[in-house]
Design a protein around this ligand. Structure first.
Ligand code: GTP
Ligand code: MG
Length: 253
């Protein structure tokens, strides 16, 4: 089973992407199991087949352990890992070729805690892929874009799994903004020039950021997606195909 994780900063559109991807797959006769790993989610725009909230919710963690919302998020990140074999069993009871996995809102909790490496390993590392959604609200400025690129590179480094960078919510971008951001994603020169145009102190610091990004090989093609109009779902699917079956179609259910 190919597992596609949705990662991204809070509000970047992870859950909506899972919903849109699931809808696209269903339309094309590729069924996917939908997994919600966010115990803090209140309303989610799809019907999860496996839902961490069946085991616990963030509100319960707050009440039971007398924690505030942030402490509860941290505790919850480790609690997910504790329940992972049950979640994996529930996932194994579905026999689709794909699982689309939604992650908690707070990226740093999933990306940087040891428990999430454990989660991904237990779920089956060999056929897992990560997608990282760039929120256009942050990606619009060269500094914001460089920071997101840095963050996505750090996450990639942390998990070392096949990785796609997605530019989300493209329906909210003007065509020229969208083109500009896409160019920054694949051309270090374009991002460098945009950063150079910033003359303040932050701009100077950003040049250092830029240099380290180049060294890390962070530049990779950004796939533009919109969960509202369905743009890019086919490209994410094709990329998964390329990665896991050399472009060969996995048989539809
Ligand atoms: N215009 C537009 N809005 C979007 C798109 N995807 C998500 N949104 C909106 O962005 C907001 C956040 O979307 P979510 O899918 O909840 O984002 P998330 O990353 O799951 O959020 P958290 O789990 O709370 O971190 C919602 O208001 C969505 O309706 C998109 O493709 N286009
Ligand atoms: Mg969400």
């Amino acid at each position: 089973m190919v597992k596609i994780y949705a990662l991204g900063t809070a509000g970047s559109g992870k859950s909506t992407f899972i919903a849109a991807m699931a809808e696209w797959m269903e339309k094309n006769d590729f069924m996917a199991t939908l997994v919600n790993l966010d115990p803090g989610a209140e309303e989610i725009p799809y019907e999860p087949d496996v839902d961490i909230r069946e085991w616990f919710t963030l509100t319960e963690v707050m009440k039971q352990h007398g924690l505030g919302p942030n402490g509860a998020q941290v505790a919850a990140a480790d609690l997910i890992a504790l329940h992972i074999s049950e979640i994996k069993d529930a996932l194994d009871r579905t026999d689709y070729h794909y699982a689309l996995i939604d992650t908690p809102g707070q990226l740093e909790l999933f990306a940087f805690r040891e428990s999430s490496s454990h989660i991904v390993q237990q779920m089956g590392q060999e056929d897992s892929m990560l997608t990282f959604i760039f929120d256009p609200a942050l990606a619009k400025s060269p500094e914001g874009f460089a920071s997101l690129l840095m963050l996505s590179t750090t996450v990639h480094f942390r998990f070392y799994l096949p990785f796609l960078n997605l530019l989300g919510k493209t329906d909210m971008l003007q065509p020229d903004e969208r083109d500009k951001i896409l160019r920054w994603g694949s051309s270090d020169e374009d991002l460098y020039n945009a950063l150079r145009e910033t003359h303040d102190m932050r701009g100077n610091m950003s040049l250092e950021v830029f240099k380290s990004l180049e060294l890390l090989g962070a530049y990779r093609k950004l796939i533009p997606i919109s969960s509202y109009d369905g743009e890019g779902m086919v490209d994410v699917y094709s990329a998964a195909q390329q990665i896991f079956s050399g472009g060969e179609d996995l048989s539809p259910e």
